[in-house]
Design a protein around this ligand. Structure first.
Ligand SMILES: [Zn+2]
Length: 112
């Protein structure tokens, strides 16, 4: 289920247009940032990459404007950098960058 951010009507996930107010749901964003922590010491690189890919594939169903992906500074960061580079190239995300002042995290701009 998802909620129209204009009128708060609740409807099925696959509704492209709000049946109550007519808002284009694909263009709604609540301006919020979802935080994903992939920087656990116990997490292996493959698991981190797979989790990120799942979240990116799922992101059109949510209203977040940004993802903050916490990676720490090790090999997971390099793997996440590569996945985000491909996602940007293929148009799955708008852009991404190292978070200012925090070399162990990426800020990702999602498509509206
Ligand atoms: Zn609505």
């Amino acid at each position: 289920m998802r909620e129209c951010l204009s009128c708060h009507f609740i409807m099925a996930d696959d509704c492209p247009i709000c049946p109550k107010c007519g808002a284009d749901l694909g263009r709604q964003s609540d301006g919020t940032t979802r935080i994903i922590d992939l920087g656990h010491r116990s997490m292996i690189v493959n698991d981190a990459v797979n989790q990120l890919r799942r979240i990116l594939a799922d992101s059109p169903r949510h209203d977040h404007q940004h993802l903050l992906v916490i990676t720490g500074r090790g090999r997971i960061r390099d793997a996440v950098d590569a996945v985000l580079g491909v996602a940007r190239h293929s148009g799955q995300i708008v852009s991404y960058a190292r978070q200012a002042g925090n070399p162990g995290a990426f800020m990702v701009r999602l498509k509206p």
